[in-house]
Design a binder for this molecule. Structure first.
Ligand code: FMN
Length: 382
């Protein structure tokens, strides 16, 4: 064979990595992806989930879809939980399959807070940091609905929520996960507390940036307990823009600078950063936006948002990240790592089936080397 063909070893994405107690055979991480397939009243993950995650077991690390820490956390249809015994048993089946296939899998912990809707909560108002409508939408059984003005959580509500996160982390351990990731992004509970426009509290959980970040830090400490201070990741999106309240500006970026610095003193296995959104699909991810946090965080960093094989290798090469997570690519390419090794173009998924129930668009994406065009697909690109 020609010695000019690139080898897999040329690609930083395919090198081993250690992320705070998690040992990865490659740096291609599956980003958390809500897929709305737990279509049962008890929100138990099913055999379809086991097949879906099993198909993706060659990822360096799988981060599951956001998963409810409690009934109060629910805010999107057909998303599984980790607060009941039957849910733990369902997840145990998933982790067994992934481990039998040689993979590693951590559970993302999710609470929607004020971004939920009374339809999910037996008609009750959702709780949030303050009585301010986050002005987003919640996906209910009746379709997307506008959020409402939540009730302000009491300190007892906050303590109960921190306890829910701890119990969920303990349950994740019992379900056989390799770790947990705290979802502190989007328009959801922890991000609502971090947000100065939504958090108008004057107690210890608001007032200034130290108060606003207290909920997250309390949750990190609580979740780390059952994990003995290892294998707990945190996911942040400092550049999140949504509606009138979620806007990255000087104040919120400075808040995230201080928060990330503070996380150095906590038992955080890795920081998973969703970077700035690209303005067009052809644009490369903004590496400087991620480097801002690389300078502040001493531990392993996972970069996300808009990466492909080339830009993923580049962000690792530049020393800005230790691993890269891929969302949409993992939907349509269960064997994304193989495709990267072979330098194949990834297949493109169908957004119309992202959240619809059933196997279609979930477990029926072809592996490279199978199906129509497989022979062409196996010819390495350059
Ligand atoms: C269908 C879908 C569901 C998602 N669900 C979650 C989720 O549950 N938790 C989360 O933190 N991010 C979620 N995200 C965001 C992705 O993890 C990721 O940040 C996003 O897809 C950008 O990465 P990409 O450019 O590699 O796709 C979701 C994205 C998509 C497309």
């Amino acid at each position: 064979m020609s010695s000019t063909l690139p080898t897999t070893a040329d690609q930083p994405l395919l090198r081993r990595a250690d992320l705070g107690g998690l040992s990865l055979p490659n740096r291609v991480v599956m980003a958390p992806l809500t897929r709305g397939r737990a279509a049962n009243a008890a929100l138990v993950p099913t055999e379809l989930h086991a097949a879906y995650y099993g198909q993706r077991a060659t990822a360096g690390l799988i981060i599951t879809e956001g998963t409810w820490v409690s009934e109060r956390a629910v805010g999107f249809v057909h998303v599984p939980g980790i607060y009941r015994e039957d849910q733990i048993a369902g997840w145990r089946r998933v982790t067994d399959v992934v481990h039998a296939l040689g993979g590693r899998i951590v559970l993302q912990l999710w609470h929607t807070g004020a971004a939920s809707h009374p339809d999910h909560l037996g008609g009750e108002l959702p709780g949030g940091p303050s009585a301010v409508n986050p002005r987003t939408r919640s996906f209910t059984a009746g379709g997307f609905k506008e959020t409402v003005t939540p009730r302000e959580m009491t300190t007892a509500d906050i303590a109960a929520t921190v306890a829910d996160f701890r119990a969920a982390a303990e349950n994740a351990r019992r379900a056989g996960f390799d770790g947990v990731e705290i979802g502190a992004l989007g328009a959801f509970l922890i991000a609502q507390f971090l947000n100065p426009r939504l958090n108008r509290r004057t107690d210890a959980y608001g007032g200034d940036r130290t108060g606003r970040r207290r909920l997250l830090l309390d949750i990190v400490d609580a979740v780390a307990e059952p994990w003995h201070g290892r294998c707990v990741g945190v996911r942040l999106a400092p550049y999140w823009n949504e509606g009138e309240h979620f806007r990255a500006d000087e104040e919120t970026l400075a808040d995230h600078d201080a928060l990330v610095t503070e996380l150095n003193d906590r038992p955080v296995a890795y920081l998973h950063l969703r970077g700035r959104d690209r303005t067009t699909a052809d644009e490369a991810p903004d590496l400087a936006a991620l480097a801002r946090y690389r300078r502040r965080f001493d531990g392993p960093l996972i970069a996300n948002n808009g990466f492909d094989r080339e830009s993923g290798n580049a962000v690792l090469d530049a020393g800005i990240a230790d691993a890269v997570s891929f969302g949409t690519h993992f939907i349509a390419n269960p064997d994304l790592v193989t495709r990267f090794a072979l330098r194949q173009e990834p297949a493109v998924g169908d957004p119309a089936t992202y959240y619809t129930g059933g196997a279609g668009g979930y477990v029926d994406y072809a592996l490279s080397g199978s199906g129509a065009g497989a022979a062409d697909a196996l010819v390495p690109g350059v």
